[in-house]
Design a protein around this ligand. Structure first.
Ligand SMILES: NC(=O)c1ccc[n+]([C@@H]2O[C@H](COP(=O)([O-])OP(=O)(O)OC[C@H]3O[C@@H](n4cnc5c(N)ncnc54)[C@H](O)[C@@H]3O)[C@@H](O)[C@H]2O)c1
Ligand SMILES: CCCCC/C=C\C=C\[C@H](O)C/C=C\C/C=C\CCCC(=O)O
Length: 271
């Protein structure tokens, strides 16, 4: 069982929604320091000030950081380690669901996939035991939309499937020397601003997306944050977790591995 007490944590997309709720949960768990990265400076600073009142000045720091800017993102990770001696946990949570035109699709891919991969690789470098770190954990935020095919949100769904594939592949790579766990969480529909901001590629797709969404249970961001604490405590390398409908986190690694084996069997059969 892993313990969050005295850990140094970086959370991306921490100003709002699931990220902000996760920050609140882990402060209650006794982390040493949490660094909030986001492009939303106003809300991030307000959250920092509120949390400093409650937990003390050194516990929380907001840094304006666009995760698609490698220079900014890597510096923020390096600074978190430099200022606190080590880095224990990175949560790649920043994400968007806005795919209304080609430029937005490109941006979505940069935020949801490229930055998440780059951040993971940089954090492994800073955490790895065989290079002066003390091991650590990376939690990548995926979605139920990465498990199922959400046609009207084809880029979002693709991006969240990519998060799962990347996490499984990189997380399975032997980590004896690094002592870094990489895991992912598939989040069900959750009441946050992303739902208001989402746009699909066509109006028809928007209508279809609304229909799909309205037929599914909506959970609170606090439930997701709680579930992410549970997966931090219990998860193994490359483990995949599901948090939906306000239920406790449920590990689904075995089910996904079984689906993978079935896919391999199909390929062998065709050979
Ligand atoms: N809300 C849901 O239904 C739901 C379901 C499944 C997965 N998710 C995932 O959860 C994560 C958090 O989303 P949320 O629901 O809390 O939405 P949100 O919009 O409330 O929060 C997302 C945060 O990411 C930040 N962000 C966006 N682009 C950024 C960038 N380039 N650099 C740094 N920060 C950036 C935003 O400013 C915002 O604070 C996302 O990855 C999302 O895909 C959400
Ligand atoms: C179909 C449109 C979904 C729009 C969602 C917008 C933002 C983020 C959403 C989440 O990541 C969820 C993504 C897809 C939801 C699709 C099906 C919901 C199934 C939910 C459930 O069974 O719990």
């Amino acid at each position: 069982m892993y313990d969050l007490k005295d850990k140094v944590v970086v959370v991306t997309g921490a100003s709002n929604g699931i990220g902000a709720n996760f920050v609140r949960e882990i402060l209650e768990e006794g982390v040493k320091h949490v660094r909030l990265l986001d492009i939303d400076k106003k809300t991030g600073n307000a959250l920092q000030d509120e949390l400093r009142q409650k937990y003390g000045k050194n516990k929380v720091k907001f840094v304006k950081c666009d995760v698609t800017n490698d220079e900014q993102f890597f510096k923020a990770l390096e600074d978190a380690k430099k200022d606190n001696g080590y880095l224990d946990l990175l949560v790649n949570n920043a994400g968007v669901a806005d795919e209304g035109n080609l430029a937005k699709i490109r941006k979505l891919i940069e935020i949801n996939i490229t930055a998440l991969i780059n951040g993971t690789l940089k954090a492994i470098e800073l955490m790895r035991k065989d290079k002066g770190g003390r091991g650590g954990t990376i939690i990548n935020v995926s979605s139920i939309g990465g498990l199922i095919q959400v046609s009207p949100m084809f880029t979002y769904s693709t991006s969240k499937r990519a998060v799962l594939q990347f996490t499984t592949c990189v997380g399975r790579f032997p980590c004896e020397n690094t002592d870094v766990r990489v895991m992912a969480v598939c989040v069900g529909v959750t009441e946050t601003a992303i739902l208001q901001k989402l746009t699909c590629f066509t109006k028809e797709m928007n209508v279809e997306a609304e229909k799909i969404l309205s037929g599914h249970p909506m959970q609170s961001a606090k439930s997701v944050a709680r579930g992410m604490v549970e997966m931090y405590q219990k998860g193994g390398p490359a483990s995949i977790w599901l948090v939906r409908a306000d239920r406790p986190a449920q590990e689904i690694t075995a089910e996904l591995n079984k689906a993978d084996e079935e896919m391999e069997a199909i390929i062998r059969k065709i050979d």
